[in-house]
Ligand binder design. Structure first.
Ligand code: NAI
Length: 286
C-alpha cells in the first residue's frame, strides 16, 4: 500500500511497546489511527501522547482473546474513521517455557492472546477491507520465536510459529484482492513484554514464574536481560512501515550470524531428514 496519508489503521496492543511505536509511525505517515488495548489507563496515556501528531488518534478498549470485543472495537473504528485500511494484529504476551512449570491455563492464555487474537483481527477486518475495495494491508506480529525453537517447549513459540504460518497462507489467498500481508518477526525489542502478567485476566489463573534455579528460570532471566538491551521499538515500527509500502511479507529486525545460524541449522536438519528418508525409500525399492 503505497499511499498511507488520509487512510485509517487499527493497532492492537497499541498502548505499549511495538504497538505504540507502530501507532506513532502510522500517525506520522498521515493515517488516522485507532489504538486498541486491554490496559485502559496505559491506552489513555498512549492516545494523549500521540495527540500532538494529529487529532485523528483514538483509543478503544479491546480484549483480543474475545471475538465480540474485537468486533466492538472494529465498529468503534468504522464509526470514528469510516473505512479501515491497515490492521496490525500485534497484541501479545510472553508466557515462559518448560515442561513441568507451565499450567494448562497459561498455555490457553498465551494461545488465546497471541494466536486467537490474531485470528479474531483477521476474521473481523478482512471482510470489511475486501468489501470497501480500496486496498489494505494486514500486519501480524509473530517473533523470531516463530521460526526457531530456541525458547524450548513453550506456548509462546507455538503461538508464534502458528502466526508465521497463518500469515504466509493468508498472503497467497488475499493477494488477488489487492490486500497485502506482513508478518513481523522481531528479535529482542525493549518493551514491557516481560511484564505481560500485568494484563492476565483472572480467568486464566494466577501468573506463574519459573523456579529461578530451573533451566526455564535461567532462560527467562537471560531473555529479560536481552529485552532490556533490545532494539528500540521505533526502529521496528519504521521497518514495518516500509514493508507495508513495499508489500513485503517478512520483516526481520535481527539478521546477524547468530540469528541466521539458528535458522540455517533448523532448515539443514529438516532437509537432512528428508534426504535420509529418500535414501531409505530408494533402499526399500532396490
Ligand atoms: P508490551 O507488553 O510492551 O506490549 C504488548 C501490548 O499488548 C500491551 O499494551 C498489552 O496491554 C497488550 N495486550 C496484552 N494482552 C492483550 C489482550 N488480551 N487484548 C488486547 N491487548 C492486549 O510488549 P511488546 O513487546 O510491545 O509486544 C508486542 C508484540 O511483539 C507481541 O505480539 C510480542 O509477542 C511481540 N514480540 C516482542 C518481542 C520483544 O522482544 N519485545 C520480540 C518478538 C515479538
Amino acid at each position: 500500500m503505497r499511499e498511507l496519508a488520509g487512510r485509517a489503521a487499527f493497532v492492537t496492543g497499541g498502548a505499549s511497546g511495538i504497538g505504540f511505536a507502530l501507532g506513532r509511525r502510522l500517525a506520522e505517515a498521515g493515517m488516522k489511527v485507532m489504538l486498541a488495548d486491554i490496559e485502559v489507563d496505559a491506552l489513555k496515556a498512549a492516545v494523549e501522547n500521540l495527540r500532538n501528531i494529529g487529532p485523528e488518534v483514538r483509543g478503544v478498549a479491546c480484549d483480543v482473546t474475545d471475538p465480540v470485543s474485537v468486533e466492538m472495537a472494529a465498529k468503534a473504528s468504522f464509526d470514528a474513521f469510516g473505512n479501515i485500511h491497515v490492521v496490525c494484529n500485534n497484541a501479545g504476551v510472553g508466557g515462559g517455557s518448560g515442561i513441568d512449570d507451565i499450567s494448562l491455563e497459561n498455555w490457553r492464555w498465551v494461545l488465546d492472546v497471541n494466536l486467537m487474537g490474531v485470528l479474531h483481527g483477521i476474521r473481523t477486518f478482512l471482510p470489511h477491507i475486501r468489501a470497501h475495495g480500496e486496498g489494505g494491508h494486514i500486519v501480524n506480529t509473530a517473533s523470531m520465536a516463530g521460526l526457531n525453537s530456541g525458547m524450548g517447549f513453550s506456548a509462546y513459540s507455538a503461538s508464534k510459529f502458528a502466526v508465521v504460518n497463518m500469515s504466509e497462507g493468508l498472503a497467497t489467498r488475499i493477494k488477488p484482492f489487492g490486500i497485502g500481508v506482513t508478518v513481523l518477526c522481531p528479535g529482542f525489542v525493549r518493551t514491557r513484554i516481560t511484564e505481560s502478567g500485568r494484563n492476565r485476566p483472572a480467568r486464566y489463573g494466577p501468573s506463574q514464574k519459573p523456579d529461578p534455579a530451573s533451566s526455564a528460570g535461567t532462560l527467562a532471566a537471560q531473555i529479560a536481560e536481552m529485552i532490556k538491551s533490545g532494539l528500540d521499538p521505533d526502529d521496528v515500527a519504521a521497518q514495518v512501515l516500509t514493508a507495508i509500502r513495499e508489500n513485503e511479507l517478512y520483516v526481520f529486525t535481527h539478521h546477524d550470524a547468530d540469528w541466521r545460524g539458528e535458522l540455517e541449522a533448523r532448515f539443514a536438519a529438516i532437509l537432512a531428514a528428508m534426504d535420509k528418508a529418500a535414501v531409505r525409500q530408494a533402499e526399500r525399492l532396490s
